[in-house]
Write a protein that binds this ligand. Structure first.
Ligand code: SAH
Length: 393
């Protein structure tokens, strides 16, 4: 089944006029206070707004009952509380839900909710498309269109909380208890926006999801890993997938830039790492490619000394993918070797495969405007040339 049935083609995105209402979502607390101060309002108003927007999920100033009506009116003239639009929603037989979310310029990403017995995890995207072209990943077949803004990353969480009725639920009983940055894109290639968004998501007077319940997954953007740990303190997952540079160069082309030795060194010095806070190494199980006992033993040698757990991900197929999933026996054998060496080695249960919501299956139809514009220009040039030839002939 295709992710969405429509192909969107967009014309150039016009910047909003200077007097257009400004979106409050995505602003830091300080920025929100400054925006409110411009109206001549005291700082505590910003705190009230913050609580309404991020604590209670308000999308309309009219419901803000502790703010006087005339001020609500003025706020509504100057500001908006933005949410992405839902372009499509799908539910899997196993309870996983996927939303295709559309932003103001028409571009789209996917977000996925995965309910489990002891938690509910929301998987969010950080970019429209991706630059990494990992060979086994569906998103990797979609060129990078653009980075998401902080508001668009937070917007995925806000949308999902609304769709799952989480604004009403007390803490401890919420359907989104955990967040993983494992959707479309490479979060460490959009670090500033991801960091802004996560700071909003972690804020105690708002969505209030602790850094211990947030995991950022990277294919290994080595120079950004230190900052991620120091500034955000979230859990780190690293998409390893191969134990030799030769194979990893092919599966995860980013390895040509940041080879395994550099990646391991960055993991060893990830801030806050200890036995209670381990790095997760993700390892996709590809039949006949990286699934032998020798691979498992090499993996154990590679990560020796790093507080870690190894998440084995059965390969999730997608239309046109060139790999097969390793057999259950091969996965079991691999996992046993890693466990016997003293590492937790859970096999990630594929969730939402029937709606292409599992790891590495996400994609949207958004296309890069530049390439469409270039193509249009090329066609125009060719047409002019043909016309000139026709006139000369
Ligand atoms: N760019 C980041 C975030 C993506 S996270 C990263 O690479 O870590 C998504 C995880 O699913 C990554 O570990 C990715 O390598 C893995 N993945 C991609 N395609 C997959 C597939 N078809 N089957 C299973 N896992 C896949």
């Amino acid at each position: 089944m295709s992710v969405s049935s429509h192909v969107a083609v967009f014309t150039a995105h016009k910047p909003a006029p200077a007097d257009a209402p400004r979106d409050l979502v995505g602003l830091s607390r300080e920025e929100m206070a400054a925006a409110i101060a411009e109206l001549g309002e005291p700082a505590f108003r910003a705190r009230q707004l913050w609580r309404w927007i991020y604590g209670r999920g308000a999308t309309d100033f009219a419901v803000m009952s502790d703010i006087a009506k005339p001020l609500r009116q003025r706020l509504a003239e100057r500001f908006t509380i933005g949410r992405p639009a839902v372009a499509a929603a799908q539910a899997s037989d196993d309870g996983t839900q996927k939303w295709l979310l559309r932003f103001a310029d028409g571009h789209e990403v996917e977000a996925v909710h995965i309910p489990e017995d002891d938690r509910g995890t929301l998987c969010v995207s950080s970019q429209v498309g991706c630059t990494l072209t990992c060979r086994f990943c569906h998103t990797g077949t979609q060129r990078l269109v653009r980075n998401l803004q902080a508001a668009e990353i937070v917007g995925q969480v806000m949308h999902a909380r609304g769709a799952l009725d989480d604004w009403q639920r007390p803490e401890g009983d919420r359907r989104i208890s955990n967040i993983v940055l494992m959707g479309m894109g490479e979060p460490l290639y959009n670090f500033d926006n991801v960091a802004r968004a996560l700071k909003i998501v972690m804020d105690h007077e708002g969505i209030s999801i602790s850094r211990r319940r947030i995991t950022l997954s990277t294919a290994g953007v080595v120079p950004m890993m230190q900052r991620c740990g120091a500034e955000l303190g979230v859990n780190l997952a690293v998409s390893l997938h191969a134990v030799t540079d030769e194979l990893r160069d092919e599966l995860v082309p980013l390895n040509r830039k940041y080879p395994i030795a550099d990646l391991m060194a960055a993991c060893r010095s990830y801030p806050g790492l200890n036995n209670a806070r381990r790095i997760t190494f993700e390892y996709v199980m590809l039949k006949g490619v990286n699934d032998t006992p020798a691979d498992a033993r090499a993996l154990v040698r590679l990560i020796r000394g790093i507080p870690a757990k190894i998440n084995l991900i059965p390969f999730n197929p997608w239309p046109g993918s060139a790999y097969d999933c390793a057999t259950p026996e091969a996965i079991e054998r691999f996992s046993r070797i890693v466990m016997d060496a003293g590492y937790a080695s859970p096999v990630r249960a594929p969730r939402g495969r029937d709606i292409l919501a599992a790891c590495g299956q996400l994609k949207s139809e958004s296309r890069r405007e530049g390439s469409a514009a270039l193509a249009a220009r090329r066609i125009a040039r060719e047409t002019a040339r043909q016309a000139a030839r026709a006139a000369a002939g």
